[in-house]
Structure formats: structure tokens, C-alpha cells
Design a protein around this ligand. Structure first.
Ligand SMILES: Cc1cc2nc3c(=O)[nH]c(=O)nc-3n(C[C@H](O)[C@H](O)[C@H](O)COP(=O)(O)OP(=O)(O)OC[C@H]3O[C@@H](n4cnc5c(N)ncnc54)[C@H](O)[C@@H]3O)c2cc1C
Length: 310
């Protein structure tokens, strides 16, 4: 398949045919992609996107794979990994504000460690959040009452402009964002870098706040089995968290094949024994139908099923 595309000789990065994808996800579920590409730089990303564009080929962007249910049949289009976009630095602007500049593929875990090492505060709530910062911006991840959008200053992204891709810069604007909503969803924009607002802090206090968040996740069983985190978004109008509603519907522990609604957390589906995407989908449907019949609420999934995209 790589031969089909006019990939420039100068391209740097990796290109793998028929790559299995489950190991790139936190759920450990999913089939293969015909082409797995990890561009080494933004220019390499642009070169690949232009090559796909010339062949009218669609693609999928993979961050840390922690919010995904990849179809058992795989993803039928090339998958682009942001894994090499992993730079991080901080700088003080003329007005005194401190910005943390990160490549989109950088894991949140590494950002948190950088903040601890360099005594930068403001992102502690995100300690323990799996995945990349690009994915966290795309999803507008929310942890302990703080959304990523609360810390975003600017986002760099690559987009198609009249048939050719180029990099743009977006500056935060409040009305573009909402609970678990970002201006990058349902677009073909590829986030390449993010500037986050931080402040000067003290190592001990930053470390302690991060530890509290990570311990709380451990206590709640977040890392006991492979999963993609909370399955359904919360909805204030329902008066309680989705997990509590699922619990009250008597669905905790329900099993389909190798997947199960976590017996300890109604809003987690876990992969207990070589689970399949189709089984996750079945559980999601059972939850939606049961909750709707019992309480009249329609729970909206937060996890992304790639089978719904292609
Ligand atoms: C144990 C566990 C706990 C979790 N806890 C939380 C939580 O507390 N709060 C919360 O909000 N979420 C939580 N999640 C879900 C998940 O970690 C977040 O949604 C995370 O921010 C997704 O980032 P990612 O890099 O893994 O994205 P991926 O799963 O790789 O991708 C998610 C979506 O983002 C798109 N995307 C990824 N990177 C880019 C990019 N650079 N440019 C354009 N699009 C991109 C993908 O195409 C896909 O549509 C949890 C997940 C797990 C497994």
C-alpha cells in the first residue's frame, strides 16, 4: 500500500503495513490498519497528508489510544500516530504569563513529570490521565472539576487549505469550548502542539496534589483492567453522575464475552478476557436501553467507536 502514495524521498518517520492496533490502545481491543505512519516532524506529517490528499485517501489520527474502541475489523484507512511530536519547554511571556509548550504526542504523564521537575503548577488535576496532550485537547478531557480548556492558551494544528496542508495557530476563545467539547472534534484538523497556561509553584505541593489525584484513580480501580475510562459523559440535567445511574439500573458487573461493566464502577467497561469491540458496543447498547426504559435518560457515549467513523 505505501507504493500507492507519492511519499517524498525526504520523508522521515516510520511506515508499517498491516499494523495491529490493539497494543496502541488502553482497552487492548481492535484489529489492524493497512498503513501505520508515525511522521518524525510536522513537515513529514504535511508531506504524508498531501500524499493522501492526492489519492483522495482518508486517515485517522491516533494519540495515546485511551479513549478509543478500535473495531475488531480494524481501521480501514491509514492511521497517523502523533507519537514523535513530543517536545516540551516552558517560557515566560512579556506580560509575565508562563506557558508550557508541548508537542501533541507528548503523554500527559510526561507533562506532569516536567511540571514537577521544573516547579510549574496548574495542571495537577490531570495527573494520572492516560493519553497524549493532543488527545486531551481534542476530547477536552476533564479531571476533578477542571477541563483542559481551562489551561489552553493556544493550539497548533495542520489543516487542508485548498488541497495543500499547512500549519495554523489557534488562540483560545471560550465560546469554542464546552464540557467534553473542543473546536477540533468532527474536523480533519490534526493537533500538532499545545501551549498551556501554568504558574510558578513549589515542588512539594505540586507533587502532593498529583499524588492525591493518582491515588484516587487507583482507589477507584481505574487501572485494574484495560479500559477506555468513563464510557458515558455526565449530564447535569440527570442530577447524578452516569456511573451512579448505571449502578441504580442494576447493571454493574454485567458481562458480554470478555468485557464487563466494572463491578466497582458503573461507568467503566473493562476488558477482562480478550474482549472485543462488538462486545463493548453490545454493553453500551444494553446500558442505554435499560437506563432509558427505567429513568428516561439517554446516556451519550464518551468513548469513540472507530466503526462509527469509517
Ligand atoms: C483509566 C482511564 C481513565 C480516564 N480518565 C479520564 C478522565 O478523568 N477524564 C477524561 O476526560 N478522560 C479520561 N479518560 C479518557 C482518555 O484518557 C482521555 O479522553 C484522553 O484525553 C484521550 O487522549 P488520547 O491521546 O489517548 O486520545 P486517543 O484515544 O488517541 O484519541 C481520542 C480522539 O482524539 C483524536 N486525537 C487524538 N490526538 C489527536 C491530535 N493530535 N489531533 C487531532 N485529533 C486527535 C483521535 O482521532 C480520537 O478521535 C480515561 C481513560 C482511561 C483509560
Amino acid at each position: 500500500m505505501p507504493e500507492k502514495f507519492n511519499i517524498p524521498q525526504t520523508f522521515q518517520g516510520s511506515i508499517v503495513s498491516n499494523q495491529e492496533l490493539s497494543s496502541f490502545t488502553s482497552f487492548k481491543i481492535g484489529g489492524c490498519t493497512p498503513l501505520f505512519i508515525q511522521p518524525a516532524s510536522i513537515n513529514d506529517l504535511i508531506a504524508i497528508l498531501n500524499a493522501f490528499n492526492d489519492q483522495k485517501t482518508d486517515f485517522f489520527v491516533l494519540g495515546g489510544g485511551s479513549n478509543l474502541v478500535i473495531a475488531d475489523e480494524g481501521i480501514p484507512v491509514p492511521v497517523i500516530s502523533t507519537g514523535s511530536f513530543d517536545h516540551i519547554s516552558s517560557f515566560v511571556r512579556d506580560d509575565g504569563a508562563i506557558l508550557l509548550s508541548c508537542g501533541s504526542g507528548l503523554s500527559v504523564e510526561r507533562i506532569i513529570q516536567y511540571c514537577i521537575d521544573t516547579e510549574l503548577s496548574g495542571l495537577e488535576n490531570f495527573a494520572g490521565l492516560p493519553g497524549s496532550v493532543g488527545g486531551a485537547v481534542y476530547m477536552n478531557a476533564r479531571c476533578y472539576e477542571k477541563s483542559v480548556s481551562d489551561s489552553v492558551y493556544a493550539v497548533r494544528y495542520v489543516e487542508n487549505d485548498n488541497g495543500r496542508y499547512r500549519e495554523y495557530s489557534y488562540t483560545y476563545c471560550a465560546h469554542d469550548w464546552d464540557y467534553k467539547k473542543s473546536p477540533f472534534q468532527h474536523t480533519k484538523k490534526i493537533i500538532t502542539g499545545v501551549d498551556l497556561i501554568v504558574t510558578k509553584g513549589e515542588k512539594e505541593s505540586i507533587t502532593e496534589k498529583c499524588r492525591v489525584c493518582i491515588d484516587d484513580r487507583k482507589d477507584k480501580g481505574h487501572f485494574r483492567y484495560p479500559s477506555a475510562g468513563s464510557v458515558f459523559k455526565n449530564n447535569r440535567d440527570f442530577g447524578k453522575p452516569s456511573g451512579k445511574i448505571i449502578d441504580e439500573a442494576g447493571l454493574k458487573g454485567l458481562r458480554k464475552g470478555g468485557t464487563q461493566i466494572a463491578p466497582w464502577h458503573g461507568n467503566f467497561i473493562v476488558n477482562v478476557d480478550q474482549g472485543k469491540a462488538s462486545e463493548v458496543k453490545e454493553l453500551v447498547t444494553v446500558v442505554q436501553n435499560t437506563v432509558f426504559e427505567k429513568f428516561g435518560f439517554f446516556l451519550e457515549p464518551e468513548i469513540i467507536f472507530t466503526q462509527d467513523l469509517f
